[in-house]
Design a protein around this ligand. Structure first.
Ligand SMILES: Cc1ncc(COP(=O)(O)O)c(C=O)c1O
Length: 413
């Protein structure tokens, strides 16, 4: 089969030199966090060795260099998601912090008693719990769009659950369990018709496909650097500038102020109004390098590669009658996170047997307990793919699952 990405990309990732239990590493957990290319690791070292200084403060060469690189990283992130201007990108710790920023700064300011927040039943806890907290503080309530047997959102229900009381629609672009790619552009149009803002959880979409916030039309988009070849501890919130301007700050402290009096303060313009204290300078800069790397490989090529891998995995897993795969079968409408169960073997046992073969998958509820409750299972196993994965990795996975089958069919039940 033709692969859109050369196998040589693996050579950029030092971790693939590692062996686990004497076996070559087969990393199938990129939905949790991706591996990092050498270029990103070197960018971190370069910052600390050559121009480590705080940003926006120093009047000396090192500080000016650090500030320039930090703001350059912001421009790279903005260009990557097609924001209208770099000032629409706020650096955060992660997707989780980005969603909390909107929920607290926008939600506490604008939500009123009786307002409704519309979520979906497939949300990651990061796009659920912050809204539960803010809704209870403001007397607002949560409503949910469900998904069908195949793992698609039931859009016909929008008619019923989206009303003039809806003030926020918060939806994941791509499910981290079912893999479903949700029709965010359509949801945005319907939400805007009733005057609601739309917050998109892009944790699983931004790393894996071209994302254009102007085309999506969303008001906010949250995503994490560590899932897209960047370091941990850095993420971003994109927000439409007019909304950011009209929002109060999230955190107070140094760097986000204009004038501080004993009783009151005035704040900087966005995005700096939302970046209190010393930011994560090194990781922001290295994330910019990760974005350069992804752009060089090409986001279209990454999406094509993953579609081919998922199709291959779906075909191979179909050969095993005892493997139940969750989520859509149509690779045009799904990403590369693939949840499954092997008969009644606990996913933790599956993951442990695979680990002995050097294969890393995730097992558990993947921070989506309500989704799993809807599926009627406590946990699933999940394999997820990225640009460095190959068909051989999937062959290894299938061989490992055959081993699981052998081991557990011997256990009397
Ligand atoms: C869909 C989705 N949303 C949010 C998150 C949270 O991301 P982070 O832990 O980087 O904040 C994840 C992480 O797995 C995710 O898959």
């Amino acid at each position: 089969m033709r692969m859109a990405i050369p196998r040589t990309v693996r050579e950029d990732f030092p971790i693939f030199r590692r062996r686990v239990h004497g076996k070559p590493l087969v990393y199938l957990d990129s939905a949790a966090t991706s591996q990092k290319p050498r270029q990103v690791i070197e960018a971190l070292v370069r910052y600390y060795e050559e121009y480590n200084a705080n940003v926006h403060r120093g009047i000396y060469t090192l500080a000016e260099e650090a500030t320039a690189k930090y703001e350059e990283a912001r421009r790279k992130v903005a260009t990557f998601i097609h924001a209208r201007r770099p000032e629409e990108v706020i650096f955060t710790r992660s997707t989780t912090e980005a969603i909390n920023l909107v929920a607290y700064a926008w939600g506490l300011h604008y939500l009123r008693e009786g307002d409704e927040i519309l979520l979906t039943e497939m949300e990651h806890h990061s796009n659920l719990v912050p809204w539960q907290i803010v809704a209870s503080l403001k007397g607002a309530s949560l409503r949910f769009l469900s998904f069908d047997e195949e793992g698609y959102l039931v859009l016909d229900d929008l008619e019923r659950v989206l009303t003039e009381r809806t003030k926020v629609v918060a939806v994941s672009h791509q499910s981290n369990v079912l893999g479903t790619i949700n029709p965010v552009d359509e949801i945005v149009k319907r939400a805007h018709d009733v005057g609601a803002i739309v917050v998109v959880d892009g944790a699983q979409s931004v790393p894996h496909m071209p994302v254009d916030v102007q085309k999506l039309g969303c008001d906010f988009l949250a995503f994490s650097g560590h899932k897209m070849c960047g370091p941990t501890g850095i993420g971003a919130l994109y927000g439409r500038y007019e909304l950011l301007e009209a929002m109060p700050p999230f955190h107070g402290g140094g760097e986000m102020i204009q004038l501080v009096q004993l009783h009151t303060s005035t704040y900087k313009d966005p995005p700096w109004k939302f970046e209190a204290g010393t930011p994560n300078i090194a990781d922001a800069i290295a994330w910019g390098v990760a974005i350069d790397y992804l752009c060089e490989v090409g986001m279209e090529a990454i999406r094509t590669h993953e579609k081919e891998l998922v199709q291959y995995a779906l075909n191979r897993l179909q050969e095993m009658a005892e493997v139940k795969v969750y989520g859509p079968r149509d690779v045009e409408r799904r990403g590369s996170a693939l949840a499954f169960n092997v008969a009644d073997v606990h996913p933790h046992d599956v993951a442990q047997v695979l680990d002995q073969e050097g294969i890393c998958i995730r097992a558990g509820h993947h921070c989506t307990q309500p989704l799993h409750r809807r599926l009627g299972v406590a946990a699933t196993a999940r394999a997820s793919f990225y640009l460095y994965n190959t068909e051989e990795d999937i062959d290894q996975l299938v061989a490992g699952l055959q081993r699981v089958r052998e081991l557990f069919s011997r256990v009397p039940r």
